[in-house]
Design a protein. Structure first.
Length: 141
């Protein structure tokens, strides 16, 4: 134990860097857990859509939406979420499944909840996961 303390005293920058890396790893794990807390895989999203009249909300840009989107999806670009508040508020009472191209839209989900929508989920893996599983889509592509 004395040698460990001596090492730490002589190499305090290395010890500080190690502590920083450990804190960053823990913070990253917590962030990833929060990201996936309310995420549904494509199969679970399909069940919710079919059984509980859930609505898909596509937050990708206009070109991506026009090219291809999930069946019956409502298009509300992520960059214009607040401008579409009234449109989103009409979805109250229905489960909402939001998706982007590849997932990671926790902020969008939080914003939708702030508008009074509940429950709001994100599609794990986004449109890419849906497409990779060969599930039905609409649009030009």
């Amino acid at each position: 134990m004395d040698k460990l303390l001596e090492f730490a005293a002589n190499h305090w920058l290395l010890v500080l860097a190690l502590v920083g890396v450990i804190v960053a790893l823990i913070a990253n794990e917590v962030y990833l857990q929060l990201q996936g807390r309310d995420a549904l895989d494509p199969e679970a999203a399909t069940r919710l859509y079919n059984r509980e009249d859930a609505v898909f909300v596509d937050v990708r840009d206009d070109n991506a939406f026009v090219s291809n989107h999930l069946p019956g999806a409502v298009h509300v670009p992520q960059s214009h979420l607040e401008q579409h508040r009234e449109r989103l508020e009409r979805l109250r009472g229905r489960p909402v499944i939001a998706y982007g191209e590849a997932g990671g839209i926790a902020r969008v989900v939080a914003s939708m909840r702030g508008m009074g929508l509940e429950p709001v989920y994100q599609l794990r893996g986004g449109f890419a996961a849906w497409r990779d599983r060969g599930l039905p889509t609409e649009g030009r592509g």
